[in-house]
Design a protein around this ligand. Sequence first.
Ligand code: AMP
Length: 420
Amino acid sequence: MNTFSAPKGTYDLLPPSSAVYLAIRERLSAPLRRSGYGYIETPVFEDIKLFSRGVGESTDIVSKEMYSLTTKGGDELGLRPEGTASVVRATLQANLHKLGNLPVKLWYSGSFYRYERAQKGRYRQFAQIGAEAIGAEDPALDAELIILADDAFRSLGLTNYQLLVNSLGDKECRPVYRTALVDFLAGLDLDEDTRRRAEINPLRVLDDKRQSVQDQLVDAPMLRDYLCEACKAYDEQVRALLTAAGVAFVDDPKLVRGLDYYTRTTFEFVHGGLGAQSAIGGGGRYDGLSEMLGGPALPSVGWGLGVDRTFLAMEAEGIVLELPATTSVYAVALGEEAKNVLFGKVTELRRAGIATDLAFGVKTIKNAMKSADRSGARFALVAGDRDLAAGVVQLKDMTTGEQTPVELEALVTTLKEKQL
Ligand code: AMP
């Protein structure tokens, strides 16, 4: 019979590298957890209309890449392609915006689903750490989030990346720019699909990755030249705060999020060692989203950082995290009686906070010692019935090979003193 493989575009997280993933999640979220962001978890599937409205019908991630399903009860659901729409939905549903001070600051960690062409760095299930600050319009909030993302990447040792920043304007200045852009695009030689996209969502054409399209956009009008005074001042404030915090950025006038409810600040972190799939995180301000979902006006800003790509970026930079040993002590019992006593000691050691494992199903001492070696433990505990009769276990230092008897009663304190 054939065995099964993980579906195309997905992969299993396995030890030992899965420990690195956990550490990445932990470090990417640490700056948020010390900055007033509370943890939120929402379902991985939602009413499909939440995404068509909250992410946008004209985006690839909704129109082409969304996993959709009809339940036995007839509900139309979509697997979440991103986190923001769900977080705003949950905020409105629970009235979080009415319960306390604004902004409501939330962070999440989870898997997201896009039916994309699978390749290295682009998966059909991928993980993000995300943050949303809902209900405040304040350049310091945009700056806060960008600084926290930068701190998160730096805390992992990453340096070979750039922060791209742009402003998308607001409902005052964007429509004027949109008209100018539509006029410009009308004069270009675009394929049918792109022309349709230009009608629904002209800004997204700027984001087209194809060189043939980019070549035609060299003289396209730029939003930056159309920003109203308020947007300009806001943008300058954000940039001044980033600079004051020592966060370097690069202007990217073509960086867009094409939907109407995205406003002002938009940004992306791109890594130099990842080839085409270079974005390791991105986000921006979305002042109109809450209203699109039937809520009150709640100007907001957020980001999502890609865990999978952060892992690849660290690999590309040759960064190895110092992680606590998964096993510090490995116990090998020779004989039934010894097994029972040692099993009790293993439990005690674990409760004392020492990472301890035990050889199960021991057939030969040689094999059990091989397992001890493979576990990476600093010490092996070996006990036979004769040792136990003398009230001791043998403590073997796995680096030096030195073996010393230790009183059973003193075992936990002895090992604690070794600060494993
Ligand atoms: P986006 O919502 O497309 O801006 O995604 C935010 C971040 O998630 C990106 O910067 C990537 O790091 C990551 N990401 C998005 N799509 C994928 C994917 N298909 N595979 C792996 N990571 C992804």
